[in-house]
Design a protein around this ligand. Structure first.
Ligand code: AMP
Length: 458
C-alpha cells in the first residue's frame, strides 16, 4: 500500500518515493534553545516523529537531521534592531549565551525523551556552522544572488523569480506589508543573510563584511547542505515555517545549487490555547514541565496529538489533556488484562491492513488510534491483542509494547484475597476500604458482573 503525503509545494496529496530507495533523508526544523520548548513546538516534533516512524514501519531507512537554533533570530517585524532571542535571555540574567543555549538544549532533549520521540541521528547546532554560513553567503554573492550594504548582506529576490513558489506569497504583495521599509534594500522584500553587529551586541562573528551575525534562514540552509546534502526527501516543520522561513531556505539553497532542495514539504498545523496559536508573545504557552508539575503523564500529550490529524488545528485545554490521560490509562489497563470470551480462531490481519491504510493515508493517526481501540476491545486472544498493540506502537509511540500484566506484589495479593472474602460476606464497607488501600498501592479495582478485576495503574 503506497504511502501518501500532502506536499505543501504541490498543494496535493502525492505518493511518496524517495530519491534512493530505501534510504530517506529527512530534515526537521528544530527548537530555538533560549527557553523550554512549549507544547506547540512539541506538537511539530511529534509530527516529525510519527512521520519518521511511519516511514520506518514501511521499511524505509531514515536519516533524520534536526537542527538546534542556538543563536538568535532576526525577525525584524518582532524585534528591535540588534536584539535576538538568546541575547535577550542573557540580558534577563543568564551569564553567557552559550550556557543558556546549552541548558535549554538539555531540556529539549529531555522533553523529546519523555514523549517517546526517537532522537534524530544528528542535531547540528547553528553556532557551530558560522564558517559554512559565510561560505554559502559568499557563494550567493559570487553568483549574483546577494549584495552587501554597509556590512549587511541581503538576498536579492529580484534575481530569483521563483520566490513565492512554496508559500504563494508574491514579492510585490510582501512589499506592502513591510512595517518599516529598509532604505538599504534594492527590493523591500529582500531578506537578510548577514547583519552587521550593532555596538551593544553580545554575540558576533568576524566575516568578510565585518563583525556581524547570520540571518535565521541562512543557518538552516548551511546546515542542510552540510548534513543532508543538496537534496533532501522530506523537509518538516510547523505551518508558520512555510513563510518566511522555508521560502527563504528554499531560495538560498536552490539559488546556490540550482537543484530542487526538497521533494516533499510537510507542515503541521498549530497547537492552540485560549483561542489562538500557542506562542510566547500570546502569553498562552504551556510546557511539558507544566504538565508534569500538575501530575499529568507526558505521554498523555502525545496521545492528545494523535487524536487530531496533523493538518488540523488542535486546541489545548486542561480538560482535553486529562481526558487524553484517562484514555491512555484505560488503553494500558485493557491491554494488561485478559478478555472474557476470547476467540482463539479470530485473526489480526484485517486490523493490520486497516492500520497500514490509515497511517499511509497522509498519517491519519486518529483513524489509526481508532483501530488500536478496536483491537483492544476485540475478542482476539490476549497474546494476539498485545502483539498487535506492540506492532502498532512502533508508529504510535505510546509505550504500549511494555504493557504486560505485571505480577502483583505479595502485599497486594493479600489485600485482594481479603477484599474477595469481604465481598463474599457482603461486607461492602470493608471491601471499599480495601479498594482504597489497593489504589494507594497503584492497583486499580474494577467490579464487573464476572467478578473483580485488579490491574496495576500506569
Ligand atoms: P521555534 O523553537 O520557535 O523555532 O519552533 C520550533 C518548531 O515549532 C517550528 O517548526 C515551528 O513551526 C513549530 N511551532 C511553533 N509554534 C507552534 C504551535 N503553536 N503549534 C505547532 N507547532 C509550532
Amino acid at each position: 500500500m503506497p504511502l501518501i503525503l500532502y506536499n505543501t509545494l504541490s498543494r496535493t496529496k502525492e505518493e511518496f518515493h524517495p530519491s534512493t530507495w530505501p534510504a530517506v533523508k529527512m530534515y526537521t526544523c528544530g527548537p530555538t534553545v533560549f527557553r523550554s520548548p512549549h507544547l506547540g513546538n512539541l506538537r511539530s516534533f511529534i509530527l516529525a516523529d510519527i512521520l519518521r516512524r511511519t516511514l520506518e514501519y514501511n521499511g524505509y531507512q531514515v536519516y533524520h537531521v534536526k537542527n538546534i537554533t542556538d543563536i538568535g533570530h532576526m525577525e525584524q517585524e518582532h524585534q528591535h534592531p540588534g536584539e535576538d532571542d538568546v541575547a535577550l535571555a542573557v540580558e534577563k540574567g543568564a551569564a553567557v549565551a552559550a550556557a543558556v543555549a546549552e541548558f535549554y538544549t538539555g531540556i529539549f532533549h529531555e522533553a523529546e525523551k519523555r514523549l517517546n520521540i526517537l532522537p534524530a541521528h544528528n542535531f547540528p547546532q547553528a553556532s557551530q556552522h558560522i564558517s559554512e554560513v559565510i561560505a554559502l553567503i559568499r557563494r550567493l554573492m559570487e553568483q549574483g544572488f546577494a549584495y552587501e550594504v554597509s556590512g549587511t548582506v541581503y538576498f536579492d529576490i529580484g534575481r530569483w523569480p521563483q520566490y513565492g513558489r512554496l508559500s504563494g506569497n508574491r514579492p510585490e504583495e510582501l512589499a506592502i506589508h513591510r512595517v518599516e521599509p529598509d532604505p538599504q534594500k534594492r527590493n523591500p522584500a529582500d531578506f537578510t543573510l548577514w547583519r552587521r553587529a550593532e555596538p551593544q551586541r553580545v554575540e558576533w562573528w568576524e566575516s568578510p563584511w565585518g563583525r556581524g551575525y547570520p540571518g535565521w534562514h541562512i543557518e538552516d540552509s548551511a546546515m542542510m547542505l552540510k548534513h543532508v546534502g543538496e537534496q533532501v526527501d522530506l523537509l518538516v516543520g510547523g505551518v508558520d515555517d512555510i513563510f518566511p522561513h522555508h521560502e527563504d531556505v528554499m531560495a538560498q539553497c536552490e539559488a546556490a545549487t540550482e537543484k530542487p532542495l526538497a521533494t516533499y514539504w510537510i507542515h503541521g498545523e498549530h497547537l492552540e490555547a485560549e483561542g489562538e496559536r500557542m506562542v510566547v508573545i500570546a502569553e498562552n504557552v504551556i510546557t511539558l514541565e507544566d504538565l508534569v508539575t500538575r501530575g499529568v503523564d507526558p505521554l498523555a500529550f502525545r496521545y492528545l496529538c494523535l487524536t487530531a490529524h496533523y493538518r488540523s488545528k488542535l486546541h489545548f485545554t486542561w480538560e482535553s489533556i486529562r481526558a487524553a490521560e484517562s484514555a491512555l490509562r484505560n488503553l494500558r489497563g485493557k491491554l494488561a488484562e485478559e478478555v472474557e470470551g476470547a476467540q482463539p480462531s479470530s485473526r489480526g490481519q484485517p486490523y493490520v491492513d486497516a492500520f497500514v491504510a490509515a497511517i499511509n493515508n497522509d498519517l491519519d493517526m486518529p483513524r489509526a488510534l481508532g483501530i488500536l481501540w478496536e483491537v483492544v476491545r476485540s475478542a482476539l486472544p490476549f497474546e494476539e491483542r498485545r502483539k498487535l498493540a506492540g506492532d502498532f506502537d512502533r508508529v504510535l509511540g505510546l509505550g504500549l509494547a511494555h504493557v504486560v500484566p505485571q505480577e502483583l506484589p505479595e502485599a497486594a495479593l493479600r489485600l485482594i484475597q481479603e477484599r474477595e472474602m469481604a465481598r463474599s460476606s457482603q461486607d461492602w464497607a470493608r471491601s471499599d476500604e480495601l479498594r482504597q488501600q489497593l489504589l494507594a498501592m497503584g492497583i486499580e479495582v474494577r467490579d464487573t458482573p464476572q467478578g473483580s478485576r485488579y490491574s496495576p495503574r500506569y
